[in-house]
Design a protein around this ligand. Structure first.
Ligand code: GAP
Length: 434
């Protein structure tokens, strides 16, 4: 884990936020490679959830949201964690995450003390004010999940898209939670991105769709390169269930500190639509004009986090092997996830190679995200590309000027193939196996 945090900073994936001021409360900024990786994670999710399906449509609801939404959804009352203070060192903790002694007493991870205040519910929603007057009438919340933005738009989407259950709305966006103990790098932060699908189904089919989505989402991580032995699907016990859920399973990843949640798949029943319908007075149900059938659909919700997924891909891809007797670090990232799919590398900085290298770069840019690197010796540039997970390097050398061909090097096997420039796009596209 330490090695990964080091690599993330050194290679420009993730920086501590406001680092020049000593950092700011477990917040992080994504650097040039982190932005590409995060975009690819979101693109891969969107592709499988929206692009490759005909019954799912997109949505992008606002982050600033009315208190009425959170009152109706139950978040104002129920979205809390149990907060305790250690009386010895004054640190604050989530009671349900504290280690316990053999006889079941809570123990402070900071000072070892066992004297705590009683647990009190702490609401995780960030409250703010809209407009210049900071009074109760101006209160708004930063959404703690994207989900409610789907439910309050249920009728709008039904009207404009003429969909029939099963159908879904997909949304990717930021959510905010005032976590008591953020930590484990970007695993738990107060500002994070979610990728959520709300899938509306006939109530009688809910269990079948719940099982379908559990399987589908687990397999998505496998298809993108995470080995099965690093993943598991864990069903929640009754005590663990959120206030809206009739059943939840988490896709978990074997993080260096133990199993951790990447995504939750929940059967939210008709809880949310009924709650918003009751609070707003609007009809939020499906009506089939052909059969006269009318019902409030159940919702199956696969909800994933971008940062946790990025971490899992990086940890699963992180490899140290040996090439020609030398140790090398590489990220065996799936081409769809890797920040760059191709690096174009002129063998030398000499002016004679640069025009052709630029031509090659411009040929490839429309089909793949390309890095272009003219610094240092070629061996060191290959190592850098291995370390950031670039699947293919295309090297332009002096022979290229004569034979109009380039060398394509494979990240994992390090094998090299000479490819005519006029067949390069076709070869690269096939090799990346889009
Ligand atoms: N709408 C349901 C919902 O929000 P959740 O399990 O609380 O469910 C879904 O969140 C996903 O969002 C989690 O599986 C996790 O990947 C991500 N997530 C939640 N809280 C997070 C946090 N504080 N930091 C980073 N990611 C978080």
């Amino acid at each position: 884990m330490e090695e990964l945090v080091r690599l993330c900073k050194a290679r420009g994936f993730v920086f501590p936020s406001a680092e020049i001021y000593g950092g700011f409360r477990s917040t992080y900024d994504y650097g040039p490679l982190g932005v590409l990786l995060a975009r690819n994670v979101k693109e891969a999710w969107w592709r499988s959830m929206v692009q490759l399906r005909s019954e799912v449509v997109g949505l992008d609801a606002s982050i600033l949201s009315s208190p009425k939404i959170w009152e109706a959804s139950g978040h104002l009352k129920n979205f809390t964690d149990p907060l305790v203070d250690c009386r010895t060192c004054k640190q604050r903790w989530r009671a349900d995450q504290l280690p316990t002694t053999d006889d079941g007493k809570l123990k402070c991870p900071n000072c070892g003390g066992m004297d705590f205040t009683d647990a009190r519910p702490f609401n995780l929603m960030f409250k703010t004010f809209v407009g210049p007057v900071e009074d109760e009438g101006a209160v708004a919340y930063l959404r703690p999940e994207t989900a409610q933005g789907h439910f309050v738009n249920f009728a709008n989407v039904l009207q404009t898209e003429h969909l029939k259950p099963p159908f879904g709305t997909a949304q990717v966006g930021k959510s905010f939670r005032n976590e008591i103990t953020p930590g484990n790098f970007v695993f738990r932060t107060r500002e994070f991105e979610q990728m959520e699908l709300e899938y509306y189904v006939p109530p009688d089919d809910a269990q079948r769709w719940f099982e379908y989505w559990c399987n589908e989402r687990y397999e998505w991580y496998v298809r993108l390169g995470i080995p099965r032995e690093m993943l598991r699907l864990r069903h929640h016990s009754k005590e663990e269930l959120s206030h809206y859920s009739a059943g939840t399973a988490d896709v978990e990843f074997a993080f260096p500190w133990g199993w951790g949640e990447l995504e939750g798949i929940a059967n939210r029943t008709d809880f949310d639509l009924k709650a918003h319908s009751a609070a707003s007075g609007q009809v939020l149900e499906y009506f089939d004009s052909a059969t006269g059938e009318r019902y409030v659909p159940y919702v199956i919700e696969p909800a994933a986090g971008v940062a946790r997924t990025m971490m899992a891909f990086l940890l699963a891809a992180y490899t140290i092997d040996e090439v020609a007797g030398e140790e090398r670090t590489l990220l065996r990232l799936h081409p769809r996830i890797a920040p760059y799919q191709v690096a174009v590398l002129p063998l030398s900085k000499k002016d004679t190679l640069l025009p052709l290298s630029q031509e090659v770069l411009q040929l490839l840019q429309p089909v793949a995200m390309c890095d272009y690197d003219v610094t240092r010796a070629i061996g060191r540039r290959y190592r850098r590309q291995d370390e950031i997970g670039t699947p293919l390097c295309v090297t332009v050398d002096f022979e290229s000027l004569e034979d109009k061909a380039v060398t394509v090097r494979d990240r994992d096997s390090t094998t090299q193939e000479r490819v005519p420039i006029d067949r390069l796009v076709e070869t690269v596209t096939a090799r990346l196996a889009w």
